[in-house]
Structures are given as structure tokens and as C-alpha cells.
Design a protein around this ligand. Structure first.
Ligand code: SIN
Length: 290
């Protein structure tokens, strides 16, 4: 059941996930009541979008701080003057973009980041959309038998293979090396329930991640991979997703525990520059914890 709001309006992007919010001008200031409704919309929709925001970096940071403490990403290059703002950038002559595979951020941390506030500074004339998928919908659509098995399982997540020396962006195959780095810091490992109780909504959500999940606890990698692949493919079914078409000045605030996302890399020859601020999260518990 979606909430009705008094100070904002929500226009869902799909039945499963995502809503565009109107009635908010971050630069002019947001009242406590508006912010509390914005937070409720974030819980209700998993990812929310604002249009036509004119923000200085300081205003972007102040808005992000209303959501929680800022988590400085270890591996993304930051903007020159603002270490808390990570750049998600692709130049016209570059081939690789950041985040082109379906994933959720920071699941290698013991307390994975809540989500990010992504601000579009430069967008291509066409393309560069971002897809989001609901991990509530993914869980709900599993069979009772598979739910029962997954509810008792945990999975291992790591930053080592993704951001360490063997990382894809460190290889000659790719041109992401000017935007990602600090491979020596890729030492995080974490064990999380496969089905989490969402810290804000209390709903069950599927929590495995194509970028960072290594295997199920007590299973070998070879045993884990086929089931992980099944779950990744299951979770990105069209019916569980929405697609956001960015314009300059758009803002997305997404929940890493309720959604996955995928940044389309279909705009070669044009520049796309986003500023990302990530917010600290919570401990994750199993939906069925004893
Ligand atoms: C990301 O995965 O943080 C990038 C999202 C985007 O560029 O749309």
C-alpha cells in the first residue's frame, strides 16, 4: 500500500519500483515535513527521482547529509575540490562506463551503504539511462520452495575480485583506469543473509549481487554460481524494473537494499558526468532471524 503525501507528489515509473517526485526544490530548501515525506517515498518506491534541480556541490552535500552520514567510496575518483563527491564520468572518447552490469553498491561492507544521491551534471543528447530493479518483487516472485531454502542461507560478498589488482578496470581491456583505482584498499569481505529484512520497510528482499557476491556460505563457488546466475536473471525481469531517462539537473536517490541498478552504456561519442554521494547504511539481518 503506497502512502498518500501532503507536501509532495509521486508519479510511479512502473508498478514495481521507482517514482518521480515533484514539489521539491532542493536549492530553495526543504521543510522537515517535506523531507519526512520524501523519506517515506524512498521507502515506498525503492528509488525516487527529482527533476530540474540547480545545485552547487555544497547544496548537493547538504541535501545528502539529511539522509545520513556520508560514506566516501574507496575506489571511485572524487571531484577535485570535494572528496565526498565521487565522479561517475565517461568522456566522449572513452568506451567503458561505470556500473554497466546489474548490481547494488557496497555489499562487500559489513554495513553496506544505504544508497546514493546521484546528480546529473552533463548528459548525452540521447541514451545513458539507468535501469532499476525491485528486490522485493524479485523475492515475492520466487517459488515457496526456493524462498524456504534461501531464507536460511547467507552469501559471501567481497571487493577483492571487483576492485583489487585483478579488477576488470585494471586490465588493458578497459579504459576505466582514470576513474576507478586504489586497488590496494580492496580488502573487504562480508557475510550477509540471502533474504534480508529491509531495515526501513521490514519487507523481505533478495540480497545477492552480480558484482560482489562470491558464493553461498558452506557451498563451493562451482555449486553457488548456477543458483546465483538464476537469481540474477530472475531479479532483472522487465516486470520488476523501471527505466530513468536523465536530464541535466535530475537527481536519483536509490536504496541499495531494495533495488539493483544498471547504467546503460549506449552513448559512445558523448560525455556523461554525474556526481554521486553515498550514504552510510545499517547492519543487515535475515528476514527470518531467530
Ligand atoms: C552507479 O552505478 O553508481 C552509476 C549509475 C549511473 O551512472 O547511472
Amino acid at each position: 500500500m503506497k502512502t498518500s503525501y501532503k507536501t509532495i507528489q509521486a508519479m510511479p515509473l512502473s508498478p514495481a519500483v521507482g517514482a518521480e517526485i515533484s514539489g521539491i526544490d532542493i536549492a530553495r530548501g526543504i521543510s522537515d515535513e517535506q523531507f519526512s515525506e520524501l523519506r517515506q517515498a524512498f521507502v515506498d518506491y525503492g528509488v525516487i527521482f527529482l527533476r530540474d534541480q540547480e545545485l552547487t556541490p555544497e547544496q548537493h552535500i547538504a541535501f545528502a547529509e539529511r539522509w545520513g552520514n556520508i560514506n566516501v567510496n574507496r575506489f571511485f575518483k572524487a571531484t577535485d575540490d570535494y572528496p565526498v563527491i565521487a565522479e561517475v564520468r565517461k568522456e566522449a572518447d572513452q568506451k567503458g562506463n561505470i556500473g554497466s552490469a546489474w548490481h547494488t553498491d557496497h555489499s562487500y561492507d559489513q554495513r553496506p551503504a544505504m544508497g546514493s544521491v546521484l546528480y546529473a551534471r552533463e548528459v548525452p543528447s540521447v541514451g545513458g539511462d539507468t535501469l532499476f530493479a525491485s528486490m522485493y518483487a524479485a523475492y515475492d516472485a520466487l517459488s515457496d520452495g526456493l524462498k524456504k531454502m534461501l531464507l536460511a542461507m547467507r552469501a559471501e560478498h567481497s571487493s577483492r575480485h571487483a576492485f583489487g589488482d585483478a579488477a576488470y578496470f585494471n586490465a588493458d581491456l578497459d579504459d576505466l583506469g582514470d576513474r576507478l583505482g586504489n586497488t590496494a584498499a580492496a580488502t573487504q569481505d562480508a557475510l550477509h543473509p540471502v533474504i534480508i529484512r529491509h531495515p526501513l520497510s521490514g519487507r523481505p528482499a533478495l540480497y545477492v549481487n552480480g558484482d560482489f557476491t562470491v558464493k553461498f556460505e558452506g557451498w563451493s563457488k562451482e555449486e553457488s554460481q548456477p543458483l546465483l546466475d538464476y537469481l540474477y536473471n530472475h531479479a532483472r525481469q522487465n516486470e520488476f524494473t523501471c527505466r530513468f531517462n536523465w536530464r541535466r539537473g535530475s537527481v536519483a536517490i536509490w536504496d541499495n537494499r531494495a533495488t539493483h541498478h544498471c547504467a546503460l552504456n549506449d552513448y559512445h561519442g558523448e560525455r556523461r558526468l554525474m556526481h554521486r554521494i553515498t550514504i552510510e547504511g545499517d547492519d543487515l539481518s535475515a528476514y527470518l532471524s531467530s
